[in-house]
Design a protein around this ligand. Structure first.
Ligand code: MAN
Length: 332
């Protein structure tokens, strides 16, 4: 396999800097004339296998996925796993660790993707996307050291991704933002909110926020796990601009929300579009025009926001917390 992108990282502050859990997307090195390579994790043999599909038997939907003509079902052209990267200053890579979080069960055969990390007590909880022939779901794992992981199962069944956990109980319950994606399009994909007594069983689902502006009308989803500030929970999310009539994937931008500390259902501030693809590495890559925030680390008055750029790279943007909070319009 060869790496085609390292992007959409979970991020967490550690005693000696910042730890990123990065998504590594790979595709087979081998090419066969007239065939498309579709990698998957084979649960039986615990190894990557490649299914070769004749090009005239599939429709490319975009660069990430093909549709098999026989049954109209989707496959990814790459396979993702997760890997630990450490940085002392949060801006330069000091080490990439050998141990990796590979797919390991039926729900992960087409990859594990887009981890978000929330520290609760002395445990790190990782929500991640598990992709398989059964759909795109979100699963939970926990770790104390990022060397061994305990898988806690699927939290939100297909199709659901962009799940972030709040870092503490609020009024006795855990809270999550999640993003169901319905096959019958009564709506564009919107963010929902749910609560849980134990991080495993989720209920009290409520629609939370849908896109309403030009930049987020296509879909929105949670980005970074919410962090507590004196003013409220700060959530950095993404929006996509694609309208039905647009070709391609649309533009992904970042925005900020401020939620009531006691009742996170209540949005008390909203930035609108906060950061947009503008550098070469955001405008060009496997999927052009993407900034996709997935991790945040607060340092005094500064927020380091880690994001996937063009589904190819990891970048970090530094904001003063005061600037973000000042950008918020109240109400909404
Ligand atoms: C979308 C994109 C891909 C991802 C798949 C499955 O097509 O977000 O990056 O691999 O969904 O999650």
């Amino acid at each position: 396999m060869e790496v085609i992108g390292v992007f959409n990282p979970g991020a967490i502050a550690t005693d000696d800097g910042v730890l990123l859990l990065v998504r590594v997307a790979e595709q087979p090195v081998e090419r066969r004339m007239g065939f498309t390579a579709l990698p998957r994790w084979d649960v039986e043999s615990k190894s990557v296998v490649v299914d070769w599909l004749r090009n005239d038997e599939c429709d490319p939907r975009d660069q990430r996925v093909i549709k098999r003509k026989k049954d109209s079902l989707t496959r990814l052209t790459f396979l993702s796993h997760l890997r630990v990267v450490r940085s002392r200053d949060g801006k330069h890579v000091d080490s990439v660790e050998d141990t990796a979080f590979w797919p390991s069960n039926t729900y992960e055969e087409f990859g594990v993707e887009d981890p978000r990390i929330t520290r609760i007590g002395d445990t790190f909880y990782i929500t991640y996307v598990a992709v398989s022939r059964h759909g795109v779901a979100t699963a939970l794992a926990s770790t104390k050291d990022f060397k061994s992981y305990e898988r806690l199962g699927i939290l939100f069944p297909p199709e659901n991704k962009d799940v972030v956990l709040f870092p503490e109980r609020i009024g006795g319950d855990y809270y999550a933002l999640h993003r169901p994606n319905a096959a019958t399009p009564f709506t564009k994909p919107e963010m929902w909110l749910a609560t849980s007594p134990d991080l495993i069983h989720w209920g009290h689902h409520e629609q939370f926020l849908g896109g309403s502006e030009e930049w987020d009308i296509g879909r929105i989803g949670a980005g970074t796990p919410p962090i507590r500030t004196a003013a409220g929970w700060l959530e950095i999310y993404h929006g996509n601009s694609k309208r039905e009539e647009d070709s391609g994937i649309g533009i992904y931008c970042g925005g900020a929300l401020l939620l009531d500390l006691e009742n996170p259902r209540r949005i008390i501030g909203r930035s609108g579009r906060l950061f947009v693809p503008e550098t070469k590495y955001e405008l060009e890559g496997f999927v052009p025009n993407v900034v996709f925030p997935t991790g945040i680390v607060l340092r005094d008055d500064t927020a380091l926001i880690y994001y996937g750029a063009a589904d190819t790279y990891i970048a970090v943007v530094e904001f003063s917390l005061a600037d973000i909070l000042n950008s918020l319009r109240s109400g909404c």
